[in-house]
Ligand binder design. Structure first.
Ligand code: ADP
Ligand code: MG
Length: 353
């Protein structure tokens, strides 16, 4: 193993742990000692695979950025540990320049970019002047990889949010880190350009074997991109799995609501639909079908335009369900319907129900 991956040069008494995931956290906590103590990460365990895109998702304030900083070594664990390739991640107390040598962090808000310098210089400046030919070719290659070679001579300040984000990623990748960490990387990228950037990042991962860890509070924007999701709530990791696993089989209603506009029903409400369950259930909007029936037990309460489908909101007493109406037909409010549930989710581990 390359010595630069080992922490032993920074933490002399560390020994490599074998048979643990590529990036590994165990009983990891971080408490901020502000006016009041804030437990931002509370006793979490996780494993992250090499060469994959893992997204940390969760509502604002759930501890995602703190977890990312613990993994990079910018913050000191209050207890527990983080390991990279079996070695402890060195932190500020071990190492003068913060951040793991094998990782790069693209932070929120382009803090690292020099807005008044050209794109080329922002990226090339990451390489030493000891080999100018290599500096030139490596910069060109990195610009091409991020599809920003045509912007090389422009000032960063004049670029769009999406282009700036490509520059920030190019700057982080030019030194060939093994892990790229990104905090809310698509926040300032227009929706129309997000998909292309995400797919380009996927290609880079496939080509280079790079490992990516990214944070998002809007999972729908990373669902198509991530191989693995880590779900955070209130400083805890609730669950971890592939996007499809967590979409079709979440253990928590929180996860279902994060990933989609899922209907969440108490056991009593579920019973009104003929579904027996001792815990809360979820019904995805696309799993509800309807039939117009003047004797139907539900009434159409609202119809919302969503583009290629309409959202149909139906009501039976206290029970309100959101369903997808596709193909779109004209259904007046007040129309009576029967509904049919194709499948539902049972939350096996739901403290929020
Ligand atoms: P997220 O990235 O999921 O929005 P953060 O990790 O930034 O969440 O924050 C988790 C919790 O820790 C929040 O309650 C936040 O207010 C608190 N926190 C974050 N940074 C600091 C800090 N430097 N000092 C004190 N509290 C902090
Ligand atoms: Mg954050």
């Amino acid at each position: 193993m390359a010595q630069k991956n080992a922490s032993c040069q920074y933490i002399p008494n560390d020994t490599q742990r074998l048979d643990i995931p590529f990036i590994f956290g165990e009983q990891l906590s971080h408490t901020f000692e502000a006016k009041q103590q804030v437990i931002a990460v509370n006793n979490v365990d996780f494993g992250i695979s090499e060469g994959k895109i893992t997204a940390i998702i969760g509502e604002s304030g759930s501890g995602k950025s703190t977890l990312l900083k613990l993994i990079y070594g910018l913050l000191e664990p209050s207890s527990g540990e983080v390991r990279y390739q079996g070695w402890l991640v060195p932190t500020r107390k071990d190492k003068l320049i913060p951040g793991h040598d094998a990782m790069r962090l693209v932070s929120q808000g382009f803090d690292d970019l020099n807005l008044y310098a050209k794109v080329w210089d922002n990226i090339a400046s990451q390489l030493p002047n000891t080999n100018l030919a290599r500096k030139e070719s490596k910069t060109r290659e990195t610009l091409e990889r991020l599809k920003i070679d045509h912007l090389a001579q422009q000032r960063v300040a004049d670029l769009s949010g999406g282009e700036k984000q490509r520059v920030a990623i190019a700057r982080a990748l030019i030194n060939e880190p093994q892990v790229l960490l990104m905090d809310e990387p698509f926040n300032q990228v227009d929706a129309a350009f997000r998909d292309a950037l995400q797919q380009d990042i996927r290609h880079i991962v496939a080509e280079t074997g790079l490992t990516i860890l990214l944070v998002s509070h809007d999972p729908t924007e990373v669902l198509a991109m991530a191989d693995e999701l880590i779900v955070m709530k209130n400083a805890k990791i609730l669950e971890q799995g592939s996007p499809a696993d967590l979409y079709y089989n979440p253990s928590h209603s929180y996860t279902a609501q994060l990933l989609a506009k899922c209907n969440i029903l108490s056991p009593q409400a579920a019973q009104q639909l003929g579904i027996q369950s001792s815990s809360a259930i979820g019904i995805h909007q696309e799993d509800i079908s309807y039939r117009i029936n003047t004797e139907g037990s539900f009434e159409v309460q609202d119809v919302r335009f969503r583009g290629f489908y309409n959202e149909l909101i139906v009501r039976h007493g206290e029970l309100i369900l959101h369903a997808i109406l596709h193909p779109i037909i004209d259904i007046p409010i007040g129309t009576r319907v029967d509904i049919d549930i194709k499948r539902h989710l049972v939350f096996s581990n739901d403290q929020d129900a």
